[in-house]
Write a protein that binds this ligand. Structure first.
Ligand code: OGA
Ligand code: MN
Length: 294
């Protein structure tokens, strides 16, 4: 079985075949997958069979695995998944039942429907996210991805110059607040304080400049909040035009990897009385964007 890499969009996204991600990777396959992530930013593996432990082991090939922030902001409930390294991206409660409409964890998870990049609200943010599909509803629940390098390239030179050196404040509470989801304790809030991140960064994997945006981005440091918020909203609107976006329609057994350093993504609606069980493992970047190349 030799590895294949097939682009599926003019700018980014490739499907990778000929690899069983549940098995230890050969050095050649590991290199080829790493190269494809650097080039395409989103890669899709179909028909895989993974349990939580193997998913974490696979992710470990590509960087240190981050512990999920989910248990930090939901301290008072029973969690379904034991591993702190696997984020439960499902609509199921600790007993495996579909979450009730008013369940706090369900409302918190709705923020995944806003364009974002994972863990930009951490000082050392997320690098690669790897989402695996256990159960998929018959309809809806696609995930959309947007290419922030192509979006940056398409900005007029004057806009690029205006963005040079800008730093945004990111906070997980900002993305939740946009949806009116604000019921968190002081202790939960204190566990994830706001952090600064560059608005434009150089993507370490491809050395291309990229926008670094998310629903977590609140405002621009050193500017009135309203002005900064308008800049962020405008950039997100620009960066998510259809020409920069790819829609992934899930099938059970899909593993999708995206590079949070140069993409955004969002979940699309589905009938939330049906089960959707996806689980995510994310690697950590090496440093805050402020300590990396602009
Ligand atoms: C995530 C996420 C989107 C989805 O796992 O980080 O945003 O479609 N998921 O579930
Ligand atoms: Mn996400």
């Amino acid at each position: 079985m030799s590895i294949t890499v097939t682009p599926v969009h003019p700018e980014f996204v490739a499907e990778i075949g000929g690899v069983d991600v549940a098995k230890p990777l050969s050095p050649g396959d590991r290199q080829a997958i790493g190269d494809a992530i650097n080039r395409y930013a989103v890669v899709v593996f179909r028909g895989q069979t993974l349990d939580d432990e193997r998913q974490v082991a696979f992710a470990g090939n590509f960087g240190p695995v981050e512990s999920s922030a989910l248990k930090l902001r939901h301290r008072d409930i029973k969690h379904r998944l034991e591993s702190s390294q696997v984020a439960d991206i499902s609509n199921l409660d600790g007993d495996g039942n579909v979450l009730k409409p008013d369940a706090r964890r369900r409302l918190d998870g709705l923020a995944n429907r806003l364009w974002h990049t994972d863990a930009s609200f951490r000082a050392v943010p997320g690098a690669l996210s790897m989402l695996y599909a256990h159960v998929i509803p018959d309809e809806g629940g696609d995930t959309e991805f947007a290419d922030m390098r192509a979006a940056y390239d398409a900005l007029p030179p004057s806009k690029k110059a205006a963005l040079e050196g800008l730093v945004a404040e990111h906070s997980i509470w900002r993305s939740r607040e946009q949806l009116g989801v604000v019921q968190y304790t002081d202790e939960e809030r204190a566990s994830l304080p706001p952090v600064p991140q560059r608005v434009v960064r150089t993507h370490p994997g491809s050395h291309r400049k990229t926008l670094y945006l998310a629903a977590h981005a609140s405002h621009i440091i050193g500017m009135p909040v309203a002005d900064g918020r308008l800049i962020i909203l405008d950039l997100i609107e620009h960066a998510t035009q259809p020409k920069f976006v790819h829609t992934h329609r899930w099938a059970q057994g899909d593993l999708v990897i995206w590079d949070n350093r140069c993409t955004m993504h969002r979940a699309r609606p589905f009938d939330t009385t049906k089960v959707r069980d996806l689980r995510r493992v994310t690697t950590r970047d090496v440093a805050s964007t402020l300590e990396q190349a602009a």
